[in-house]
Design a binder for this molecule. Structure first.
Ligand SMILES: [Mg+2]
Length: 372
């Protein structure tokens, strides 16, 4: 079998790709560099020169050739290669009429745990949002413990409000619901440490991205000084970056994004590194129902999967562009048994969803300096 053609599609807020073969099998994939889809779109067109004419079954070989040809690595190339890797696995699995998980070692689970996001710009709204999600069947919640005007406030007030938000949610749902905190890279190391100490009594499942991702050394310092389990890695795109994170004992969970960190071929290895160190895998999931379906195949096949976003699986606007949305049931996505990633892109529906590029706007402190 040979790759005949590769077509990327900018659809809504997503970048999808289809890989066509000379045997009529078409693979579906998605790229996860969500802030810069147009750059990845061009990378996909550029990389097509290499991939067209090649055997789609040699995913590892292709990754090695492309990533090591000139050693210009980076998130753009990695996102493009990830989307192609997902599509090539989709082709391989369809060629033997199996779901991808069957080729990755078989199912480790029948359903995939997902969390619900708790939002609101007052304490009452946060509490109500938490209760609503528990009533919908979720047993795992995540919140960003800041109000929208936090960048303009002084550090002490931000930390005080963060503790109040977490307390309000715990009061509303009790101690038996999992609660994770998404810090969104918004703190400096000293703030992350002070806040973590104050949150210790609230049984926090994970403290996600307390710092900007540029320095593992800074994260290591924070990890040594806090008792909360740290989760990070959603901007990482190579197995070496994850190895350093794990080896330095900074994290309880890593957040590889299948559509950024190298598709199934690389993320299965990254999950193995984590497994050997008793680190959980908490994948970072954004994008369309194509990505949701692709992730579920990965989640099903690794023993150390913990949870990830539900990403509006039952209510996603782009459910219209696939043939069969996945099923959300009581806080879990069911693992489908259909071949490949389990969904097919309906090309004739894509034009209904014009591309919505993300603009760069910035977030600012009260003095006008950049907050994050
Ligand atoms: Mg995050």
């Amino acid at each position: 079998m040979k790759i005949e053609r590769i077509t990327p599609f900018l659809v809504g807020r997503s970048l999808l790709v289809r890989v066509y073969t000379d045997q009529g099998i078409v693979g579906n994939g998605e790229a996860g560099l969500w802030a810069h889809h147009r750059l990845v779109y061009e990378a996909l067109r550029d990389l097509s020169e290499y991939y067209v004419g090649k055997d789609p079954g040699r995913m590892e070989h292709h990754f090695q050739v492309v990533s090591r040809n000139t050693h210009f690595a980076g998130a753009v190339l990695s996102a493009a290669m990830s989307a192609l890797d997902i599509a090539m696995w989709d082709i391989l699995a369809k060629s033997v009429d199996k779901p991808i998980y069957a080729l990755l070692g078989g199912k480790c689970r029948d359903k995939v745990k997902v969390f619900a996001n708790v939002g609101g710009n007052t304490l009452d709204e946060r509490a109500a949002s938490a209760v609503r999600n528990v009533e919908r069947g979720f047993t795992s919640l995540r919140t960003t413990p800041f109000f929208s005007d936090a960048p303009r406030k002084d550090s002490s007030k931000v930390i005080k409000e963060a503790v109040q938000i977490v307390a309000a949610i715990r009061d509303a749902v009790g101690d038996e619901i999992d609660l994770g905190l998404e810090i969104h890279r918004n703190l400096m190391p000293d703030e992350a440490i002070i806040l973590a100490h104050e949150l210790a009594p609230y049984r926090i499942l994970y403290y996600e991205d307390p710092l900007a991702p540029e320095s593992i050394e800074a994260l290591e310092y924070v990890a040594r000084h806090v008792d909360l389990p740290i989760a990070t890695g959603e901007r990482f795109y190579s197995i070496q970056q994850f190895k350093e994170l794990i080896d330095k004992k900074t994290v309880a969970m890593i957040r590889p994004d299948l559509s950024l960190a190298g598709g199934y071929t690389q993320c299965k290895k990254i999950a193995g590194l984590a497994e050997a160190s008793f680190v959980g895998v908490f994948p970072h999931l954004m994008g369309s129902p194509v990505n949701i379906a692709a992730f579920v195949q990965f989640d099903a096949a690794i023993p150390n999967f913990r949870l990830h976003e539900s990403n509006m699986v039952d209510n996603h606007p782009l459910n219209e562009v696939i043939d069969q949305p996945l099923t959300l049931e009581n806080g879990y996505i069911l693992v489908p048994d259909r071949p490949g990633i389990g969904v097919e892109i309906l090309e004739d529906k894509l034009a209904r969803f014009p591309f919505q590029p993300r603009s760069i706007e910035g977030t600012f402190h009260a003095d006008g300096s950049v907050a994050w």
